[in-house]
Design a protein around this ligand. Structure first.
Ligand code: SF4
Length: 515
């Protein structure tokens, strides 16, 4: 009795010589006769397919076939039923398996099981010892249940998990060979835009999944179609012969393709009508009378091209110097910030600044960027706190950063001291209020140089295949994974998170709205 524990331990770890078979597994059919030494595994022993049920088909129906003395589908089914029954009885070592579900569809087992009184063994009763890998998978599954829910299973007691690999899945990114990447970029030279540079810095692996593997299947959902619709009407609004209703009808026809779209597109039409009024009012006060819409700017570098579209570029040229403001229409809920731009975060507005600095019509002219803004184009849900007009106006106000130079800023917004055009912009006795989002004139060049460096850095990393799973954490908050579509494939772990120091934008001190 003393030896039992010892022998159990020895036998659990005992290794047996394994016989290697050549072509051990072969495909067969239920019309083949097998030898006594064969083991036969029949897959899909389900109602409808085992035996295969025939229906009336062809030119002649069962009545016609009976008249012509031919086999009807019923007779053929009965023959097939008997044939399969005999085959089962005559096949040695036969294991029949049936499927129960495929996705949401359920399946029934073959009627022959009941008819022949075949023994049904549930998978929990299948004994161990047939396949090492399957045994290990089952045992680690049981072990997992034990660790997570405290459910102990006797098979764990009996077999243990021994050397089975538990929780040692290696999810780290295995670099793509440089040759392969080189060929990829030869066939498709690297094109960067703000959105994919943002992905790269947030987590290089998400860029890899999205842009290199191309896992991002683009489906224009209603929100995206409504965005396209709004952008198109706003773009039209600056043409000389603009007619609001005609423009709305034209673009609605192209984008409101589903029945339920109608309601939301009608709501958005009202938003656009009011937004245009709001913009018109402020544009009349502004000195930036030139307006470019959807300005496409492309910067070609040796190893990549960076491009972007500026939804609305307002500018004027005075004494050979350009004064410009950028507005990007947003149909989502983007947060306006320039914090941690050094780490590649919040690059949208800075990348517009960069693009504008290379805009061909401004070449050779001194550029003064007055402001970089987002303008929300959303259906507004009103509350009771203030009147509808106030709420709507508040929603339309530009959100972003303005130059901290009153003289220049007033060219865009004469109301800047208590702005009715730009959100949170106000001036007190000590200068711009602390909550006003402003940048100093000399920061324009700094930001442009920083974006240039970050784009080069992203391009180098991408060309060298540096795509680790490396989400970022700022102020102990994961700022990369929340809306990432690749959570299901990266299996990131806590250790993968890279902590970044919080770097708030600006250093101008009091009176510049920067802290
Ligand atoms: S879920 Fe997080 S770690 Fe995974 S790919 Fe996305 S950003 Fe990276």
């Amino acid at each position: 009795m003393d030896c039992i524990e010892f022998l159990n331990a020895v036998l659990k770890n005992a290794k047996y010589p394994q016989k290697k078979y050549v072509e051990a597994v072969q495909l067969g059919y239920d019309s083949v006769f097998f030898d006594e030494e064969d083991y036969v595994f029949y897959v899909g022993f389900n109602l409808g397919s085992s035996p295969l049920i025939r229906k009336e088909e062809g030119f002649l129906n069962d009545n016609d076939l009976a008249i012509l003395n031919q086999s009807t589908s019923c007779e053929k089914n009965a023959i097939e039923y008997e044939r399969l029954k005999n085959w089962i009885l005559s096949t040695p070592h036969l294991i029949l398996t049936y499927k129960r579900f495929v996705k949401s569809e359920s399946f029934s087992p073959s009627l022959l099981i009941e008819d022949m009184r075949l023994e049904v063994i549930s998978d929990s009763k299948i004994s161990f010892g047939y396949a090492k890998l399957e045994d290990e998978l089952r045992l680690v599954g049981l072990y997992d249940l034990y660790l997570k829910y405290g459910q102990w299973h006797q098979d764990l007691e009996k077999y243990g998990i021994n050397g089975a690999k538990y929780k040692n899945y290696d999810h780290s990114y295995k670099p793509v060979p440089l040759d392969t990447l080189k060929k990829h970029f030869e066939a498709k030279p690297l094109r960067l835009a703000y959105s994919n540079v943002k992905l790269y810095f947030a987590c290089p692996f998400s860029y890899f999944a999205d842009r290199i593997l191309g896992l991002n299947e683009f489906k224009p959902q209603m929100a995206a179609r409504m965005g396209t619709f709004s952008h198109a009407v706003l773009e039209d609004s600056y043409t000389a012969d603009f007619n609001f209703l005609e423009s709305v009808e034209k673009h609605k026809l192209e984008n409101a393709i589903e029945h339920r779209d109608e309601f939301f597109f009608d709501q958005m039409t009202e938003v656009l009508r009011n937004l245009l009024e709001f913009n018109h009012l402020h544009e009349q006060m502004s000195q930036l009378k030139e307006v470019e819409r959807e300005a496409h700017i492309e910067i070609v570098k040796e190893s990549y091209t960076f491009e972007g579209y500026i939804d609305k570029l307002m500018y004027t040229i005075k004494n050979g110097e350009v004064y410009a403001a950028i507005v990007d229409y947003k149909t989502g809920a983007d947060k306006v910030s320039l914090d941690n731009i050094e780490d590649g975060f919040h690059l949208q507005l800075p990348s517009y600044m960069y693009l504008l600095s290379k805009y061909p019509p401004f070449t050779g002219l001194k550029l003064h960027i007055i402001g970089l803004y987002l303008q929300k184009v959303n259906i507004v849900i009103f509350d009771q706190k203030s009147d509808i007009e106030t709420q709507m106006t508040k929603n339309f106000m530009l959100e972003g950063y303005s130059v901290a130079n009153p003289e220049i800023l007033s060219m865009l917004d004469p109301t800047y001291e208590k702005s009715t055009y730009i959100k949170s912009l106000a001036v007190g006795k000590a200068g711009f209020y602390k909550y006003s989002k402003v940048f100093l004139e000399n920061q324009q060049e700094e930001i442009i140089t920083m974006v240039d460096g970050l784009l080069d850095e992203a391009s180098t990393g991408i060309h060298q295949g540096i795509f680790p799973i490396e989400p970022k954490k700022i102020n102990s908050k994961n700022v990369s994974c929340t809306f990432c579509k690749y959570k299901d494939i990266c299996f990131y772990e806590y250790e993968d998170l890279k902590e970044l120091v919080y770097k708030p934008f600006g250093n101008g001190g009091d009176g510049h709205g920067m802290d």
